[in-house]
Design a protein around this ligand. Structure first.
Ligand code: NDP
Length: 334
């Protein structure tokens, strides 16, 4: 059983020596528990936060433990009548070949025959799709004709948010890094306008967003924070709703300084709403069914960036921070 351990807390950007791969015997199922052979592992920006010894919604990953991750896999051994050997499951486990899971945890059975790839339960039908769905529909509450501004727009969450915004009848403006990602926003995901944040200073970014969203943004779906968000707040319509979903621009910075220019939110009577997908756990079936329906109708496109091999976990994870990932980043480990 190869396990990708966190052995040192990253200072700023993670380096390879913050991690180590250890091999240990395949575990046996504990009383009432199961052992899962993980096939696909989700690589998420949130894992970077769990590596810090910081106050959050979850305890940090302990040093010497494998990196916590959502996985999709097959029951390898079972001491639980609800989970037969060979059953596909997903759950919050770790970056390792085999995970032990106990009943009452997050483990749930999944129907892989209903989807093109089991990895879809880590992307459109998993936390990413549900984050986009509940964050936009339940928190921002889009109205037809409103302008929705999305940062990290070409990523897994952002691309889904923008497409759902279009389904809801909004004008959708995305912010992403680079010309190619901006082209994909328009051509692949149907956004109305795209802004490349790279190579622009504050004034230029404020102006570029203003050109793409001349009436201001009624909603902002925030995945990035930092300089991008500092420019967005100068482009808010009155009473704008900002869904604070992620702040990836800060995850590797040792000093968490946050955005300046909060005054712009006050002046426009904006609402800043912190959002965590875990709060919607009792409605996942409902959100998943809606996402599955849109996908099957061809109204949603969900790209995945599937990297291979547990031994490549570090390099794969860093794609999130270089922006190399084109869609939901997933590691196939078996
Ligand atoms: P993505 O697929 O969007 O990948 C991350 C992207 O972030 C990169 O491709 C890159 O795109 C962009 N990025 C990385 N570093 C920076 C930077 N310094 N400045 C600006 N952009 C940067 O990942 P996800 O869709 O999985 O996650 C997106 C956001 O959603 C994250 O902030 C994550 O923490 C958050 N999230 C929150 C949840 C919640 O419950 N609140 C649940 C799930 C995700 P580019 O090339 O455009 O720079």
């Amino acid at each position: 059983n190869r396990r990708f351990l966190l052995v040192r807390r990253p200072q700023g950007e993670p380096v390879e020596n913050d991690f180590r791969i250890e091999t240990s015997p395949v575990p046996a199922p504990p009383l009432g528990g199961i052992v899962i052979r993980n096939r696909f592992v989700s690589l998420d920006p949130a894992q970077r936060g769990w590596m810090d010894d910081a106050e959050s919604y979850m305890p940090p990953i302990a040093l010497g433990d494998p990196v916590r991750a959502t996985t999709v896999g097959v029951v390898h051994a079972s001491d639980n009548p609800d989970f037969a050997v060979g059953q596909w499951v997903m759950g919050l486990n770790a970056l390792e070949d085999y995970s032990v899971a106990m009943p009452g945890g997050f483990t749930m059975a999944i129907d892989v025959d209903a989807v093109p790839s089991p990895s879809n339960y880590l992307s459109a039908l998993g936390a990413v799709g549900l984050t986009a769905y509940f964050g936009l529909v339940e928190v921002a509450k889009p109205q037809p004709g409103e302008t929705l501004l999305v940062s990290g727009a070409a990523g897994a969450v952002g691309s889904a948010v923008g497409q759902i915004g279009k389904i809801m009848g909004c004008r959708v403006v995305g912010i992403a890094g680079g010309e190619e990602k901006c082209r994909r926003l328009i051509e692949d995901y149907g956004f109305d306008a795209a802004v490349d944040y790279k190579g622009k200073d504050h004034e230029a970014l404020v102006a570029a967003i203003a050109e793409a969203a001349p009436d201001g943004a009624n909603m902002v779906f925030e995945n990035v924070g930092g300089a991008v968000m500092e420019a967005e707040v100068f482009n808010l319509a009155m009473h704008a709703r900002i869904v604070l979903c992620g702040l990836i621009a800060e995850y590797n910075s040792e000093e968490k300084i946050g955005i300046r220019n909060l005054w712009q939110i006050l002046a426009r009577r904006g609402v800043l709403h912190g959002f965590l997908i875990a709060d919607y756990a009792d409605r996942f079936a409902e959100g998943g069914a809606q996402m599955a329906k849109w996908l099957s109708e061809g109204r949603l496109r969900a790209d995945e960036d599937v990297q291979e091999g547990l031994e490549n976990a570090y390099a794969a994870f860093m794609r999130l921070f270089s922006g190399a990932n084109t869609g939901k980043l997933v590691l196939k480990i078996a």
